[in-house]
Design a protein around this ligand. Structure first.
Ligand code: NAG
Ligand code: NAG
Ligand code: NAG
Ligand code: NAG
Ligand code: NAG
Ligand code: NAG
Ligand code: NAG
Ligand code: NAG
Ligand code: NAG
Ligand code: NAG
Ligand code: NAG
Ligand code: NAG
Length: 473
């Protein structure tokens, strides 16, 4: 009981404000109660939804509710009526079958369509035959259909064409948005949007503009998004790349070259050997090649849509594998201090020569000398450590062969040994001389000590002490 009596009193102050405003504006005769208002729930609806038009601040003694389409009470626009005393509603001439008037006077509108957008009027007849009237409106938005992207050029050419992408269909009260590669539009002067964002223009498309593109639509009640659209930009061919990169191939091997270039649509390839057409495939295969296959190989790439072509030429040299070299020495048994010359014999052209000593790369010293083409190796003078197995290895870009090993023996020459000392011998002598000098010095001191006598030893020590301490100061 208490809350009921309390609530009107609490709501007193806003009422006064309303009253004051209403009377000041003098639009309406001064009402006794708050003004009847209509609220649409929701105010904006998507097609197919249910909308309720609620009546607020109703008079307490309502007898008959009548709803009309439009800001009117013309009979032809009446949707229906509801009598509170009989608790019964009757449809009006404008009834579409989707409207229901509830007991509380609100209008329930099911499955709204865009055409239902507009104003609705409620007329309340009171028991004392007074009447109250109010209008409210709601807007129905179409559920946005899935948009799709159209291009004004289905295969634009890189660097030449500008393209207009349009987000269709065009619908009212719709906002448009674009994405490239799933990202919102980058800051690029080559991109331009129409004021309504529906048309995206790409100036001078490149292969990086292929997308995919998506467009999105949204209004107050719904949104939708197109399928990704890929722009088929024609480009290329770029300069073809021939692989493998090597220029040298061994005779008897298979020559397998492949050519690749960036191109849309994919390039048509053809090969030319010394300007004579070969296969029309990206790969060229010639088994068991001979030196006669040396020459210029050209890969020609052509794009029939752009009409452009591009060619790469590669010079290939087919080499016979090198034959085994032979090795010869001026003398395989030499004595220290003599010299020796080793020669590597090969008849193959265009080779490089490398020397091996005991299966390792030959270390070069001041005593070893190679000819300009490495074919002769001179060792002057030879030493015993030069004894061992020598080989030479000849290589061309496709093969390499080693000679059979040649054994060099260096003999010790006893007549030369005293004048030619090894570093070890020199060290031995130095140590010996130092030891000898030290021995003589020790002996001299011993003899001197003996001469001056044992007593002087004591004095010597005491005399030395102060001098040592004065040094430290
Ligand atoms: C009015 O009728 C409805 C059914 O049509 C019923 O549910 C409701 O209780 C009735 N109300 C009164 C006050 O009789
Ligand atoms: C809306 O009204 C127009 C013209 O009055 C009509 O052509 C259209 O079919 C209507 N749409 C719906 C969904 O009722
Ligand atoms: C987009 O529209 C299609 C029909 O055009 C509909 O089936 C789909 O549910 C809509 N998607 C969204 C997110 O509204
Ligand atoms: C497509 O639109 C762009 C930009 O408006 C224009 O430059 C181009 O000529 C159009 N292409 C075609 C094939 O109409
Ligand atoms: C785009 O560029 C303009 C001027 O060039 C700059 O003012 C703006 O901040 C940039 N926007 C973004 C998102 O980088
Ligand atoms: C791109 O356009 C070219 C030329 O019109 C066509 O040959 C090619 O099939 C298209 N590619 C795709 C993926 O649609
Ligand atoms: C060279 O090609 C032939 C077929 O023409 C093949 O039988 C052979 O195995 C290939 N040789 C090499 C080294 O790939
Ligand atoms: C390769 O060609 C040579 C002659 O050019 C021939 O003697 C040899 O049998 C061929 N080898 C193969 C595997 O066909
Ligand atoms: C290379 O071609 C010449 C003639 O052009 C021919 O005499 C020679 O036999 C060919 N050599 C090989 C290995 O096929
Ligand atoms: C290749 O393109 C050049 C121009 O870049 C043209 O002169 C030539 O005729 C083209 N060649 C072929 C075979 O299409
Ligand atoms: C090789 O050298 C040894 C010793 O120096 C000598 O006896 C011999 O005659 C030489 N042989 C030749 C072929 O010069
Ligand atoms: C000579 O041998 C050295 C190292 O052993 C090598 O770097 C060089 O390329 C060789 N030169 C020739 C002409 O064979």
């Amino acid at each position: 009981m208490e809350p009921r009596s309390a609530s009107p009193r609490r709501g007193c102050v806003p009422w006064l404000g309303l009253l004051l405003t209403a009377s000041l504006l003098a639009l309406w005769p001064p009402p006794v109660t708050a003004q009847l208002t209509i609220e649409s729930v929701p105010p904006n609806a998507a097609e197919g939804q249910t909308v309720v038009l609620k009546a607020h601040n109703q008079p307490p003694n309502a007898e008959l509710y009548r709803w009309y389409k439009g800001e009117t009470t013309e009979e032809s626009h009446r949707l229906g009526a509801f009598s509170t005393s009989s608790n019964q509603s009757t449809p009006g001439p404008a009834h579409s079958g989707r409207e229901t008037i509830r007991e509380d006077g609100s209008l329930l509108f099911q499955s709204v369509t865009v055409n239902d957008t507009g104003v609705y009027t409620l007329d309340i007849l009171e028991r004392d035959f007074a009447s109250k009237r109010a209008s409210g409106r709601f807007q129905v938005f179409a559920k946005l259909p899935k948009p799709f992207i159209t291009s004004n050029n289905s295969s634009p050419m890189e660097g030449e064409d500008s393209v207009e992408l349009t987000c269709d269909p065009e619908t009212e009260n719709t906002n448009y948005q674009w994405w490239i590669n799933g990202q919102s539009l980058p800051n690029d002067t080559r991109l331009h949007l129409s004021p309504d964002n529906r048309i995206l223009t790409l100036f001078h498309v490149t292969r990086n503009d292929m997308g995919p593109y998506e467009c999105g639509t949204w209004n107050l009640v719904s949104d939708n998004r197109s399928d990704p659209f890929t722009l088929n930009v024609s480009y290329g061919p770029d300069i073809p790349i021939i692989s493998p990169p090597s220029s040298y191939f061994g005779q008897g091997t298979n020559l397998s070259l492949s050519c690749h270039t960036a191109s849309n649509p994919p390039a048509q390839y053809s090969w030319l050997f010394n300007e004579r057409p070969q296969s029309s495939t990206p790969a060229l295969f010639i088994p068991n090649i001979t030196v006669n296959h040396s020459g210029s190989y050209a890969c020609f790439a052509y794009n029939s849509v752009t009409g452009l072509n591009s060619t790469t030429v590669k010079n290939i040299i087919v080499l016979e594998p090198v034959t085994q070299p032979s090795i010869q020495a001026s003398n395989t048994t030499v004595t220290e201090q003599q010299s020796v010359v080793l020669t590597c014999h090969s008849t193959d052209p265009g080779i490089t020569i490398r020397w091996l000593f005991n299966e390792q790369s030959l270390p070069l010293t001041t005593r070893t000398k190679l000819s300009k083409d490495n074919s002769t190796l001179s060792i002057d003078p030879v030493r015993r450590e030069d004894s061992g197995e020598y080989r030479c290895e000849v290589s061309n870009p496709v093969s390499s062969r080693k000679s059979n090993p040649l054994r060099l023996d260096v003999n010790y020459d006893p007549t030369q040994s005293s004048s030619d000392l090894s570093p070890g011998a020199i060290a031995g002598i130095v140590v010996g001389v130092v030891a000898g000098v030290a021995l003589i010095a020790a002996l001299a001191y011993f003899l001197y000590s003996r001469k001056t006598g044992g007593a002087s030893n004591q004095r010597d020590l005491t005399e030395h002490k102060p001098s040592a301490s004065s040094h430290s100061k």
